[in-house]
Structures are given as C-alpha cells and as structure tokens.
Write a protein that binds this ligand. Sequence first.
Ligand code: KG4
Ligand code: ZN
Length: 352
Amino acid sequence: MISQPASKQIETILAIETSCDDTAVAIVKSGRTVLATTILSQADTHARYGGVVPEAAARLHIEQVNGAIETVLTEAGLTLEKIDAFAATLGPGLVGSLLVGANAAKTLSFITNKPFLGVNHLHAHVASNYIQSELEPPFLCLLISGGHTQLIAIRGYQQFDLVGQTRDDAVGEAYDKVARMLSLGYPGGPIIDNLASQGNPKAYRFPQAKLNEPFAFSFSGLKTAVSRTYARARACLPAFENNGLNESDLQNLNANIAASFQYAVVETLFKKTVACAQAMGFSQIALAGGVSANTALRQRFEALGNQPETGYRIYLPKKQFCTDNAAMVGACAYFDPLTADIAYEVFSRAKQ
Ligand code: KG4
Ligand code: ZN
C-alpha cells in the first residue's frame, strides 16, 4: 500500500511550471496519475541567442499560460470546480518566469477559493519518479539537470539529505557547453545524445574526475579536456580551398568527440551513484532531471536493473517527465508541497 501524502484531502491538482523556458501545465490525480499535460517550448526563440534570455522567457510565459491552462482542462474534460488545488513552482528559477506561473496559480486559487500549493523545482524533479510508478521512499536520487548535479538520500516524501553535488559545472551545463564548442545549437543535451550514437565512445580518453570526497562531482576539467582535444583534432583535419573542411570529416570528428565526452559523463555518474547506494544501503535508485533523458545513461542504469542478483531496483521517469514539465509539479504538490505558506513569495529565497 502506498503511504499517505502530506495533503490528504486534495486529489486533483492543476499544476503550472514556468521556472525557465517551458510553459507547462498539467492536471495530476493523487500524485501519480496524469489526467492531462501540455508543454509549450520556447526553445526556438532562445536557440537564436544560444541560451535562455530571461526577459523573453517571461514575456512568452505571459502570452502562453492562459491557453495552456485551457488546453489541459479541455483535455481532462474538467472544469475549474473539479480541481482541488492549484500548484506552481516557486523556485529556484528565473524570477520573471516564476512569477508568471505562480501568479496564474494563485489567481485561480483565489477565484475558486481552493488551496494554492507552492513547489520547489528540484523536489519536483525528484517527484517525477512517482508519476505512473509505485516508487516510495527510501531511495537514492541522482538529480541531473541544467543547473544541478546532486546525489540525494530521499528518506521520506519530505525528508531529503544532500549526499554530494558538483563542485563546478552541472552535468547539463557541460552538455550545453560542449554542444556550443561543436557549434551544434541549443539545448545541447539531446543533440549530443543523438550525435554520440554515431560516434566511437573510445575514440578519445576523457577524464572521469576522482575527488577526495567520494560522492562529489566535477565537470569543468572534462569540459576543458574536450575543448583542447577538439581544437587539436580539428586543426589536423585536411583543409581544402578557402580553409574549408570536408563535411563528413567534421561530422565524424564531432560524433567521436560527442560519444567520448558522453562516455566519460555516463561512467562517472553511474559509478558514483552505485557506489553511493552501496555505501548507504539503498536498494532503490532513481534518476531525475533533464539529463536523465539521456539514452546512454538510461541504458547503463537499466542494465543494472535487469540483473536481479545485484538487488538494485532502478527507476527512470518517462522521457517526457525528465525535462521540465508540470506533471512533476502536480506530483510534488501532492507529496511534498512547500509547507503551506501562502505568503511565500518567489522573490524570497527559494528553499533548496
Ligand atoms: O531539468 P531540465 O529540463 O531543466 C533544468 O532544471 O535545468 O534540464 C535541462 C538540461 C539541459 O542542460 C539539457 O541540455 C539537458 O538537460 N538534457 C539532456 C538531454 N535532454 C536534456 N542532456 C543529455 N541528454 C539528453 N537527452
Ligand atoms: Zn528542471
């Protein structure tokens, strides 16, 4: 039997996520069943600038949020009266963007006289593992996104201990920077993921940082190694007229760099996570955050889960719930809302 959540009387939650560059709304029942979900990506707009432009993101959220709310209500066949509570991400994130979602949810809560539930974005990523799954704490969570790389001991739905984190770049940030080095576009993670499948992961040997603290991470050395190796290898490619390079030579080099970079990342994340689970006695391991959509990383963990003799159970959110989405906000609002402080404002410091 699945244990009781914090908010017992609340079943159906309409949740909004606007912490960065996706306008997402979902309706989630009992923290695990998604009745409707929509995501309006702004990636095309931000891709022109090579990264998220906060002012543009906030303005697009304003334009899109009402339509997204109507979409999910229609898709679920529900009216506002059938919603028990309204939820939104309060932080961490871009303040202008957060305000749009928070104000939309607070307004709906005010006009329907139903509760407003605030959610921490990182906790929402963890909660993405409860969607369409039976997972219950305790478990070890590897949270890997554009801004965070953390190993977290999840002892209860609202009881978290940070075990280790990156000392410099987040792993998603490293993906985005390597993609930029290779002039591949934004966001870099899915592009590198795709390109890596065409390359040789052993073509270059990139460092897997070993640190004094066993469960800490570092990706800045890897990023520098990739940059140096790429510059050197690119300079060795045969140049043609006007210093042009052969397209397929460049494509091969990019694929090999992407595959070798990804190999170093996957091995580092996998080995540290399993060692941590073993040291701390966790048999359940869950992944969360945008980078957990990565094909090679998922395969590495799935292979471990398919060996029952090891005793590990592996939980991977569906790919659509790895990157920012509102279903995870609905799940988090049910199991782990910010402690019912309605006056909590997005411009105050978000609870980490
Ligand atoms: O969780 P998320 O959507 O937003 C944050 O809270 O940061 O994560 C976004 C990050 C980006 O850095 C993106 O490049 C990375 O997740 N990402 C991936 C993949 N899909 C998204 N990284 C590696 N492989 C992927 N398939
Ligand atoms: Zn996120």
